[in-house]
Design a protein around this ligand. Sequence first.
Ligand SMILES: Cc1cc2nc3c(=O)[nH]c(=O)nc-3n(C[C@H](O)[C@H](O)[C@H](O)COP(=O)(O)O)c2cc1C
Length: 197
Amino acid sequence: MSPFSPARPDVVDFLLTRRSHPSTTLSDPGPDEATLHRILTAAARVPDHGKLAPWRFVVYRGAARERIGQRLLEIAEAREGPLDEMRRTQELTRFTRAPVVVGVLSRAAAHPKIPVWEQELSAGAACMTLLTAASASGFGAQWLSEWCCFDETASAFLGRRDGERFAGFIHIGTPTQAPFERSRPDLDSVASVWEEG
Ligand SMILES: Cc1cc2nc3c(=O)[nH]c(=O)nc-3n(C[C@H](O)[C@H](O)[C@H](O)COP(=O)(O)O)c2cc1C
C-alpha cells in the first residue's frame, strides 16, 4: 500500500450506498455558509484538463427562491397560457422544495487544445462531486435539470450568460425520509475487459 494514496474504505462504502433524495423530501436546515463553502470547494476540485474551470456555480437561497418561482410561473404561462392550480404550485415551488439550490453552469468554449466535450464532462464531474460532498456533509441532495435548465428566458433569469449552459441544479437540504433503493445496472452489462475484436 503506497503512503501516497492511503486506502479509504469508508469512502468506498459511502459511494456504494449513497443515494439521491427527491427534492420534495428535503427540508430545513440546509447547509450554513461555511458548510456550503466547503461543499463548493470540493466541487471545484474536479479533474479539469487545462485548468480552465469550464464551469461555475450560482447559489439560490432564502427569499430569492420564491421570486424565482414567480418568474418561472410567468414564463411558463407566457408559453402555455394559464396553468391549472397544480402546475402553478409546481412552478411557484420549483426552487423552494429544498432550502439551498446550486446551479452548475458549463462555460465550455472552443480551445486550441482542450476539446469542448472534455470541458463539459468536467462540469458533470463538478455536479457529481457537489452532490457527493453535500451527502457526505449529512444532507440529502438531488441533481435535477427540469425545463428551466434548457429554456433560454428562464435560464438567463437564473444567471446563465451568453455561451453558457446549465448542467443542472443541485437541491440540498435535510432529508425528511429515507430514500427508496433504486435498481442499478448489472455490472456485467456495463463493464467488460477489452479483447481484440
Ligand atoms: C443531468 C441529470 C439531470 C437530471 N434531471 C432530472 C430531472 O429533471 N427530474 C428528475 O426527476 N430526475 C432527474 N435526474 C435524476 C435524479 O438526479 C435522480 O434522483 C437520480 O438519477 C437518482 O440517482 P442516485 O440515487 O443514484 O443518486 C437527473 C439526473 C442527471 C444526471
